[in-house]
Design a protein around this ligand. Structure first.
Ligand code: IPE
Ligand code: IPE
Ligand code: MG
Length: 242
């Protein structure tokens, strides 16, 4: 990748199109999810190598429980297998894995595998990989509101403590704002992904399915990011993407 390029600090990826990728090849939808794990592994290594500091990956939304039981069951097994085996390379690669989302109603085995990879990578500091699993922005706002109400009720905080920064720090994870959100598959929506964090993010919607989103596609996305002029409500800046 061109060394001059500005790398976004926090990248969000809505990994969409697995089902269609598989169906296009005459396979069942879940085969697309399986393929996506290989894509994801390579992408994580690439993101760490090019210097992305935070990456949030949308793996399963709170709404995805509406899908056929067979697909949900397959995904849950795939998560366990990934966190227990496929993602072990993250330990050596310096990737720190954390999760955002609601625990309920995730199966116990998934929760245990999540805890295991979190613990095993907790001292890593190259790339923070925030996996959004059973995640929804609406659920996050509800859960954060409840947490703040509890703090208030217990006398831990006063009302004047609640400002934008305090809310951000009390979301599922205390992360910097998203700079760049990529959604594969050509759909032009957020589907309940990190609404609070994406308020000033740049968006990019490549017309390919996630299993085909390789390093080259990521580099292309970074080039597009570098053509954007971010203003954050202020005046036009001289240099792009800063
Ligand atoms: C994204 O791919 C993965 C998950 C939502 C778990 P999809 O499964 O949504 O694939 P399409 O969008 O139906 O093709
Ligand atoms: C969003 O994709 C969730 C993930 C990629 C994990 P969906 O496929 O669930 O979103 P919709 O239903 O097309 O909006
Ligand atoms: Mg989809």
């Amino acid at each position: 990748m061109n060394k001059e390029l500005n790398i976004p600090n926090h990248v969000g990826i809505i990994m969409d199109g697995n089902g269609r990728w598989a169906q296009q090849r005459g396979m069942i939808r879940s085969m697309g999810h399986k393929e996506a794990i290989g894509t994801l592994k390579k992408l994580c290594i690439h993101m760490a190598d090019v210097g992305v500091k935070y990456a949030s990956l949308y793996a399963f939304s709170t709404e995805n429980f509406k899908r056929e039981k067979s697909e949900v069951d397959y995904l849950m097994k795939l998560f366990v297998n990934s966190f227990k085996k496929e993602f072990k390379f993250m330990i050596e690669k310096g990737v720190r894995v954390i999760f955002s989302g609601r625990k309920d109603p995730l199966p116990k085995k998934v929760l245990e595998a999540m805890e295991e990879i979190t613990q095993e990578t907790k001292n890593n500091n190259k790339l923070v990989l925030n996996i959004c699993l059973n995640y929804g922005s609406h659920a996050e706002i509800v859960d954060t509101t409840k947490k703040l109400c509890e703090m208030y009720k217990n006398g831990e905080i006063t009302l004047d403590k609640i400002d934008e920064d305090f809310i951000q720090k009390n979301l599922y994870q205390d992360l910097p704002p998203l700079d760049f959100v990529i959604r594969t598959s050509g759909e032009l929506r957020l589907s309940n992904f990190m609404m609070y964090q994406a308020s000033y993010a740049e968006f990019y919607f490549p017309d390919i399915y996630f299993p085909d989103f390789n390093d080259k596609e990521f580099d292309k996305a970074i080039e597009v990011f570098n053509t954007r002029n971010r203003r954050f409500g202020g005046v036009k800046s001289e240099s792009k993407s800063n």
